[in-house]
Design a protein around this ligand. Structure first.
Ligand code: SF4
Ligand code: SF4
Length: 166
Protein backbone atom coordinates (compact mmCIF):
# COMPACT_ATOMS: atom_id res chain seq x y z
CA UNK A 1 0.00 0.00 0.00
CA UNK A 2 1.37 3.41 -0.95
CA UNK A 3 0.94 6.32 1.41
CA UNK A 4 2.51 9.09 -0.67
CA UNK A 5 -0.92 10.03 -2.06
CA UNK A 6 -2.73 9.65 1.21
CA UNK A 7 -5.84 11.78 1.21
CA UNK A 8 -5.96 12.19 -2.57
CA UNK A 9 -8.80 9.70 -2.95
CA UNK A 10 -10.72 11.40 -0.19
CA UNK A 11 -10.21 14.75 -1.88
CA UNK A 12 -11.42 13.38 -5.20
CA UNK A 13 -14.49 11.91 -3.53
CA UNK A 14 -15.28 15.19 -1.79
CA UNK A 15 -14.89 17.06 -5.08
CA UNK A 16 -17.55 14.86 -6.64
CA UNK A 17 -19.78 15.35 -3.60
CA UNK A 18 -19.46 19.14 -3.74
CA UNK A 19 -20.08 19.19 -7.46
CA UNK A 20 -23.36 17.37 -6.96
CA UNK A 21 -24.45 19.46 -4.00
CA UNK A 22 -24.86 22.47 -6.27
CA UNK A 23 -26.46 20.62 -9.19
CA UNK A 24 -30.16 20.62 -9.81
CA UNK A 25 -31.72 17.46 -8.30
CA UNK A 26 -32.32 14.67 -10.77
CA UNK A 27 -35.21 13.06 -8.94
CA UNK A 28 -38.74 14.35 -9.02
CA UNK A 29 -41.42 14.45 -6.37
CA UNK A 30 -43.68 11.84 -7.88
CA UNK A 31 -46.67 11.93 -8.01
CA UNK A 32 -46.73 15.71 -7.56
CA UNK A 33 -44.20 16.19 -10.30
CA UNK A 34 -43.72 14.00 -13.30
CA UNK A 35 -41.93 13.90 -16.61
CA UNK A 36 -43.67 13.68 -19.91
CA UNK A 37 -43.36 10.13 -21.15
CA UNK A 38 -42.50 9.11 -24.69
CA UNK A 39 -45.03 10.11 -27.31
CA UNK A 40 -44.82 6.51 -28.48
CA UNK A 41 -45.43 4.96 -25.07
CA UNK A 42 -47.20 1.62 -24.99
CA UNK A 43 -49.27 2.50 -21.97
CA UNK A 44 -51.27 0.01 -19.96
CA UNK A 45 -54.57 0.61 -21.67
CA UNK A 46 -55.99 0.71 -25.18
CA UNK A 47 -57.98 3.44 -26.88
CA UNK A 48 -60.68 2.25 -29.23
CA UNK A 49 -62.18 4.22 -32.10
CA UNK A 50 -65.70 2.88 -32.19
CA UNK A 51 -66.59 4.63 -35.43
CA UNK A 52 -63.70 3.16 -37.36
CA UNK A 53 -63.96 -0.35 -35.95
CA UNK A 54 -65.60 -2.87 -38.27
CA UNK A 55 -65.50 -5.77 -35.83
CA UNK A 56 -63.18 -7.75 -38.09
CA UNK A 57 -61.42 -9.15 -35.00
CA UNK A 58 -57.96 -9.01 -36.57
CA UNK A 59 -56.72 -7.37 -33.37
CA UNK A 60 -58.15 -10.15 -31.22
CA UNK A 61 -56.49 -12.81 -33.40
CA UNK A 62 -53.18 -10.97 -33.24
CA UNK A 63 -53.23 -10.71 -29.45
CA UNK A 64 -50.85 -13.29 -27.96
CA UNK A 65 -52.60 -12.99 -24.60
CA UNK A 66 -56.17 -13.44 -25.72
CA UNK A 67 -56.93 -10.18 -23.95
CA UNK A 68 -59.39 -8.85 -26.53
CA UNK A 69 -62.93 -10.10 -26.83
CA UNK A 70 -65.26 -8.86 -29.55
CA UNK A 71 -68.94 -9.63 -29.96
CA UNK A 72 -70.54 -8.63 -33.24
CA UNK A 73 -73.99 -9.02 -34.70
CA UNK A 74 -76.33 -7.91 -37.41
CA UNK A 75 -78.29 -4.70 -37.05
CA UNK A 76 -81.39 -5.35 -39.20
CA UNK A 77 -82.78 -1.86 -38.63
CA UNK A 78 -79.76 -0.14 -40.11
CA UNK A 79 -78.95 -3.14 -42.31
CA UNK A 80 -75.39 -3.42 -41.13
CA UNK A 81 -72.99 -5.48 -39.13
CA UNK A 82 -72.03 -3.90 -35.81
CA UNK A 83 -69.73 -4.34 -32.83
CA UNK A 84 -71.77 -4.98 -29.73
CA UNK A 85 -68.93 -5.54 -27.30
CA UNK A 86 -65.28 -4.64 -27.50
CA UNK A 87 -63.63 -5.79 -24.30
CA UNK A 88 -59.99 -5.69 -23.23
CA UNK A 89 -58.70 -7.33 -20.10
CA UNK A 90 -55.75 -5.09 -19.36
CA UNK A 91 -54.76 -7.47 -16.58
CA UNK A 92 -53.65 -9.90 -19.29
CA UNK A 93 -52.34 -7.28 -21.69
CA UNK A 94 -48.56 -7.14 -21.99
CA UNK A 95 -48.60 -3.88 -23.98
CA UNK A 96 -46.97 -5.54 -26.96
CA UNK A 97 -48.85 -3.35 -29.44
CA UNK A 98 -49.60 -6.17 -31.88
CA UNK A 99 -53.31 -5.38 -31.88
CA UNK A 100 -52.54 -1.79 -32.87
CA UNK A 101 -50.16 -2.85 -35.62
CA UNK A 102 -52.55 -5.43 -37.02
CA UNK A 103 -55.71 -3.32 -37.21
CA UNK A 104 -56.41 -2.64 -40.89
CA UNK A 105 -58.70 0.29 -40.08
CA UNK A 106 -56.63 2.25 -37.54
CA UNK A 107 -59.33 1.72 -34.95
CA UNK A 108 -57.26 0.70 -31.95
CA UNK A 109 -54.40 2.60 -30.32
CA UNK A 110 -52.11 2.12 -27.39
CA UNK A 111 -53.06 4.35 -24.46
CA UNK A 112 -50.84 7.00 -22.94
CA UNK A 113 -51.46 6.06 -19.29
CA UNK A 114 -49.15 4.20 -16.97
CA UNK A 115 -51.03 4.58 -13.68
CA UNK A 116 -53.85 2.09 -13.69
CA UNK A 117 -53.25 0.09 -10.55
CA UNK A 118 -56.53 -1.26 -9.19
CA UNK A 119 -57.59 -2.97 -6.00
CA UNK A 120 -59.84 -5.43 -7.78
CA UNK A 121 -58.90 -7.65 -10.68
CA UNK A 122 -62.19 -7.06 -12.46
CA UNK A 123 -61.56 -3.31 -12.56
CA UNK A 124 -58.77 -3.95 -15.03
CA UNK A 125 -61.31 -4.97 -17.66
CA UNK A 126 -62.36 -2.16 -19.96
CA UNK A 127 -65.09 -2.35 -22.55
CA UNK A 128 -67.02 -0.29 -25.07
CA UNK A 129 -67.38 3.31 -23.93
CA UNK A 130 -64.69 3.01 -21.27
CA UNK A 131 -62.23 2.39 -24.10
CA UNK A 132 -63.02 5.54 -26.03
CA UNK A 133 -60.64 8.44 -26.36
CA UNK A 134 -61.06 11.36 -23.97
CA UNK A 135 -58.98 14.12 -22.43
CA UNK A 136 -58.03 11.73 -19.63
CA UNK A 137 -57.43 8.89 -22.09
CA UNK A 138 -55.38 10.22 -24.97
CA UNK A 139 -54.06 7.94 -27.70
CA UNK A 140 -50.37 7.17 -27.74
CA UNK A 141 -48.43 7.84 -30.90
CA UNK A 142 -47.17 4.24 -30.91
CA UNK A 143 -47.32 3.00 -34.53
CA UNK A 144 -49.11 6.25 -35.39
CA UNK A 145 -46.68 9.10 -36.09
CA UNK A 146 -49.59 11.35 -37.03
CA UNK A 147 -50.86 11.02 -33.44
CA UNK A 148 -47.38 11.41 -31.95
CA UNK A 149 -46.96 14.71 -33.77
CA UNK A 150 -49.72 16.26 -31.65
CA UNK A 151 -48.44 15.04 -28.28
CA UNK A 152 -46.10 16.90 -25.92
CA UNK A 153 -42.43 16.11 -26.33
CA UNK A 154 -40.84 13.75 -23.88
CA UNK A 155 -39.01 15.43 -21.02
CA UNK A 156 -35.90 13.81 -19.66
CA UNK A 157 -34.50 16.79 -17.84
CA UNK A 158 -35.76 17.68 -14.43
CA UNK A 159 -36.05 21.35 -15.48
CA UNK A 160 -38.90 20.33 -17.74
CA UNK A 161 -40.92 18.58 -15.09
CA UNK A 162 -44.66 18.96 -15.44
CA UNK A 163 -46.33 20.14 -12.25
CA UNK A 164 -49.60 18.46 -11.39
CA UNK A 165 -52.57 20.73 -10.97
CA UNK A 166 -54.36 18.55 -8.36
S1 SF4 B 1 -60.07 -2.61 -33.73
FE1 SF4 B 1 -59.41 -2.89 -35.87
S2 SF4 B 1 -58.73 -5.03 -36.02
FE2 SF4 B 1 -59.95 -4.83 -34.14
S3 SF4 B 1 -62.02 -5.42 -34.72
FE3 SF4 B 1 -61.90 -3.19 -34.91
S4 SF4 B 1 -61.31 -2.81 -37.05
FE4 SF4 B 1 -60.89 -4.99 -36.64
S1 SF4 C 1 -51.16 -4.79 -26.59
FE1 SF4 C 1 -50.64 -6.96 -27.03
S2 SF4 C 1 -51.32 -8.08 -25.24
FE2 SF4 C 1 -52.29 -6.08 -25.12
S3 SF4 C 1 -54.31 -6.37 -26.06
FE3 SF4 C 1 -52.90 -5.66 -27.69
S4 SF4 C 1 -52.08 -7.52 -28.66
FE4 SF4 C 1 -53.01 -8.10 -26.68
Amino acid sequence: MKFEHFGLGLLKGMTVTFRHIFRHPTVNQYPYQRLNVSRRIRGNELVWDKKRCTGCATCAKACPQGAIEIVTGANPVENRYEVRTYRVDTGYCIQCGLCVESCPYDAIFMGYAYERAKYRRRDLVQENDTLLESKERPKSGYFHPEVAAGLPAQTLLVEKIVERKD
